[in-house]
Design a protein around this ligand. Sequence first.
Ligand code: GTP
Ligand code: MG
Length: 138
Amino acid sequence: IQRTFSIIKPDATRRNLTGKINAKFEEAGLRVVAQKRIHLSKAQAGEFYKVHAERPFYDELCEFMASAPIVAQVLEGEDAIAKNREVMGATNPADADAGTIRAEFAESVGENSVHGSDAPETAAEEIAYFFSGLELVG
Ligand code: GTP
Ligand code: MG
């Protein structure tokens, strides 16, 4: 059993898609073991995505992530990191497989509805950044 960190991004909360996206996770065998709705400041968004600080889209990405509330989540399941990325689909919705969250809901490569950790180390870091141990209810 593995845990991963997920964000339902501002484009999706704005369109009231939290339930539909959670249904995709649950259908794939992932369990939401922690969840909270928060509104990041641009500085907090920048801290979270600091690995992308040198990329040309960084400023736009931080503005977007601070533009409306997000839903921060911890998902648990067998192979949760890989499974979550499979359910999310490719970064650019134009390349995402049919049935994936990004194929169904994402608006563009930037406003792509969800974030998911890409490795065990980043999952652990991202979970600890947003949640205390007390908030993780398996
Ligand atoms: P995350 O789960 O959000 O980390 O997505 P990812 O791992 O599929 O993609 P990556 O880590 O490469 O990029 C992080 C985020 O930056 C993406 O999810 C997009 O929101 C944004 N992003 C990536 N490429 C572009 C781009 O070309 N333009 C814009 N505006 N945003 C981008
Ligand atoms: Mg990434």
